[in-house]
Design a protein around this ligand. Structure first.
Ligand code: PLP
Length: 457
């Protein structure tokens, strides 16, 4: 699929440049305290921010946050915005959910970390098993870590080294997965810094929704696992074809490989994640970001078979560090936050509210796009939706990447920020939380309509 030009998208470069200049000025005029703080922050943080990605927003300088509550973020200039980014999923159940705040405060007063479990660990293990239908779990501090650790367990358990991923995937900063298909060939991503290992040696990359390519990748019988999001969400959203996962699972099993589903984002599909909702049967599951209400924490679950083989590999190994785990993994604070989130925040009713709210958002976006005659599409999975700059929803990573237009994305994001709405700074994803209100949705849709008018004016 070739990348469509701006005029093919119904847009004209000179108009966009005028609109972009006006939006930059508007942003600078309305955010003087953020501007001053950004200058101070830049003096001692590498590349201007405590995490260099914080520069990836569309803004001339980083907004500095005063507080975030529910579905709203207020910056240091007192501007309140409706938040459909929600920390790119970390705050998917709403910022500062009262049960999580209370649990974290209470646990903090009782100690944060002791490298030992509390009573919460027993409850959380039982609840994870009940919800996600896998019997054995481990905790980590981030979804990146959880994926990294699972890859080690699976490689140790199967005695195989090869990993299969989908082109355009993202599973956090897990080195093994940064392999792209370029002109049909696997290539290590050239933006990686400091990578000294040739990642294509143990990673095979195939297009999503291509069963023949998956079968070919599995054919040699050396694949330990396929690591996948059940719906791709990081290259724009890409839905599986009808029947794709059933057939893919059968192929993976037939070749003695395992399926790890990374549900860090697709947890937004429903209370048991996308897998439970679609009767998928992974060997392992990763849940990060919002699983403890935004407190740094992730969990990963294993089938009984994988757990048996993983434990046997550990028993068979010489005594010493497994390379899996970190000192603060599974700390007492995270466990308290996990218990409060699973028990009181991420309830079935909350998921129902999020999904219904997102349906309103997706419908409203589609109507606005149609009203303005733009050749864009909207894809929704549960509480997550995305508008993409093409008339047809992409079927794989290459098609999705062809729809990217970073300059246009940044302009839309900046113009939305200027109108009181935040969406994810990477591509065009929006999340609804259980506390996102009808008024919040109305504000988004009014802003979106104005932004589309601005693009076309
Ligand atoms: C599917 C998926 N897995 C894992 C991660 C990594 O999460 P974290 O950055 O919290 O480690 C991300 C981050 O965006 C993700 O989208």
């Amino acid at each position: 699929m070739n990348t469509p030009s701006l005029p093919e998208r119904g847009l004209h470069p000179a108009r966009l440049a005028r609109f972009a200049a006006a939006e930059r000025e508007r942003f600078i005029a309305h955010n003087p305290r953020s501007h001053a703080l950004a200058n101070r922050t830049a003096r001692h943080w590498l590349m201007g921010a405590p995490l260099h990605w914080m520069n990836d927003w569309s803004t001339p300088f980083a907004l500095h946050v005063a507080h975030a509550r529910g579905a709203h973020v207020t910056d240091v200039d007192g501007n309140q915005r409706v938040d459909f980014c929600l920390g790119d999923t970390g705050a998917m159940f709403g910022h500062a959910s009262p049960p999580v705040v209370a649990a974290v405060a209470a646990q903090m007063a009782r100690g944060c970390t002791a490298m030992l479990p509390t009573e919460d660990a027993a409850w959380v293990g039982e609840e994870l098993t009940r919800r996600f239908d896998l019997p054995y779990w481990q905790a980590a501090l981030s979804a990146s870590d959880a994926n990294r650790f699972l890859l080690r367990w699976v490689r140790a358990a199967t005695g195989r080294t090869r990993l299969v991923v989908f082109n355009g995937c993202y599973h956090g900063t897990v080195d093994d997965v940064f392999v792209d298909l370029v002109d049909g060939q696997a290539r290590m991503r050239d933006s990686l810094l400091g990578q000294v290992h040739e990642l294509t040696r143990h990673t095979t990359v195939v297009e999503f929704n291509d069963l023949a390519a998956l079968e070919a990748a599995l054919a040699a019988g050396d694949v330990a696992c396929v690591l996948a999001e059940p719906v791709m969400t990081n290259i724009g959203m890409v839905l599986p074809d009808r029947g794709y996962w059933e057939a893919a699972q059968a192929l993976i099993r037939a070749h003695g490989a395992m399926l790890i589903l990374d549900e860090t984002h697709t947890l937004s599909s429903g209370v048991g994640g996308y897998a439970r909702g679609h009767a998928l049967v992974p060997d392992a599951l990763v849940l990060g970001k919002p699983i403890a209400g935004g407190v740094p924490c992730a969990v990963y679950g294993m089938s009984a078979d994988l757990a048996d083989r993983a434990a046997a590999a550990k028993r068979a190994a010489p005594p010493g560090h497994s390379g899996i785990g970190t000192t603060l993994s599974a700390n007492m604070l995270g466990m308290a936050a996990l218990r409060a989130t699973l028990g009181e925040v991420a309830t079935p009713a909350a998921h129902d509210r999020m999904n219904a709210c997102c349906t309103q958002v997706a419908q409203g976006l589609r109507e606005a796009i149609a009203r303005h005659g733009l050749p864009w599409c909207v894809t929704q999975v549960g509480a997550r939706c995305e508008f993409q700059f093409g008339a047809l929803a992409p079927r794989n990573g290459s098609e999705a990447a062809a729809l990217f237009d970073p300059a246009l994305e940044h302009l839309v994001h900046l113009a939305l920020l200027n109108r009181g709405v935040m969406i994810t700074p990477f591509h065009n994803m929006l999340l609804a939380s259980p506390v996102t209100s009808g008024d919040d949705v109305a504000r988004l849709l009014a802003a979106f309509d104005q932004v589309l008018a601005g693009l076309l004016a």
